[in-house]
Design a protein around this ligand. Structure first.
Ligand code: SF4
Length: 353
């Protein structure tokens, strides 16, 4: 697969299993791929983990990225084991002689490397600049200063790779702060001609991390910035992939293959238990493999106007429901039959291609 250039924006995630637990890791990678992940990263803190890659890589349907933190030897082992890409913690680059060995091994095998900086690594430098009144770094507000330090740092790393004739790079500059992420990636896209890996780091659980992540990533993707995306939650990584895929679909960056369910927010005119109806429709739509827009609305009075654009729509009223296809009323059914009737119309619509 390709990251960057005209290639579609790819979705990636990271396993939460111990990589040396081969069966659990393979299972989770399959789950992530089924949810829409194009590539998956695994941590390789120990020798047993890089050994495990030899069994994992042939057993999964997506390319595997080896995530190397401090032990540069792991990067060499992962390349040997067939990793499609290496993610290096820049801390590992401080030992330049070892870093050069990894660069040479990746160059020889055509394995790309992702390098990135986090806001955390810029904070100490910013605080030191403040103490020493380093005017150039302190120009502008704290956010501007942090972004400047992150980008300068990344430029140092990029120079190290380019000096070795290595340009198969993907760059990242992450922060938990969406505004820093937006500023940093805008600057990266103006400074470097390398693919960018987007992400908001340490975003937290989906309940809070979702808004934080989508705020930053949607602003960048809508501006054409970003080549691969990882949403990171403190949760099952399948949720990360589902949200990233939905984001790309909403922005028109990935074709929809499954139905899109829209529903009214309910109001004082509601005469049915809409929330339970919506949940039942959502479950039933899982069997449909077609990009149909399905609307579930809570009344027949305002619903039709509000379900504008839906392919198949259900308007639930007191005891009765109206079903419309492409805006035309096709059936009126009793409430007890409405879900079956809706699904009949959805299947018929899907079969028309
Ligand atoms: S469709 Fe009807 S019940 Fe739902 S929000 Fe609109 S007016 Fe209210």
């Amino acid at each position: 697969m390709t990251i960057g250039g005209d290639a579609p924006v790819s979705v990636q995630s990271m396993t939460s299993t111990h990589t040396c637990d081969v069966d659990a890791t393979i299972q989770q990678i399959h789950n992530l791929a089924r949810a829409g992940a194009d590539l998956v990263r695994v941590a390789v803190p120990g020798r047993a983990d890089t050994e495990a890659l030899r069994r994992i890589i042939p057993a999964v349907p997506v390319p595997i990225i080896a995530d190397v933190h401090f032990e540069i030897q792991r990067a060499l082992e992962a390349v040997e084991a067939g990793a499609a890409k290496i993610r290096l913690n820049p801390g590992t680059l401080s030992d330049q002689s070892k870093a050069l060995t990894v660069i040479a091994a990746c160059k020889e095998r055509g394995v790309p490397i992702r390098i990135g900086v986090n806001e955390g690594s810029a904070v100490d430098r910013y605080d030191a600049a403040k103490r020493s009144q380093h005017e150039q770094l302190l120009a502008g507000d704290r956010r501007t200063g942090l972004v400047r330090i992150m980008v300068d740092r990344l430029a140092e790393y990029v120079r190290l790779f380019e000096k070795q004739g290595f340009s198969d790079l993907v760059l990242a500059a992450k922060s938990p702060d969406p505004l820093i992420v937006i500023d940093a990636y805008h600057t990266l896209s103006q400074t470097f001609d390398y693919p960018l890996h987007l992400g908001v780091t340490h975003a937290g659980p989906p309940s809070t991390g979702r808004i934080r992540s989508i705020a930053a990533l949607s602003a960048l993707l809508a501006d054409g910035i970003g080549d691969t995306v990882r949403i990171s939650y403190a949760a099952d990584p399948v949720l990360e992939v589902e949200d990233a895929v939905e984001l790309l679909q909403c922005l028109g960056l990935r074709a929809r293959r499954k139905p899109e369910l829209i529903a009214c927010p309910t109001c004082g005119r509601i005469e049915v238990d809409l929330l339970s109806i919506v949940e039942q429709v959502r479950e039933r739509l899982e069997e449909i493999d077609a990009p149909i827009k399905v609307a579930v609305m809570g009344c027949v009075v305002n619903g039709p106007g509000e379900a504008e654009g839906a392919n198949v729509a259900l308007f639930a009223g007191k005891g009765k429901a109206v079903i419309c296809v492409d805006g035309k009323q096709v059936r009126t059914v009793d409430e007890a039959e409405m879900l079956d009737a809706l699904m009949d119309e959805v299947r018929r619509y899907a079969s028309r291609g």
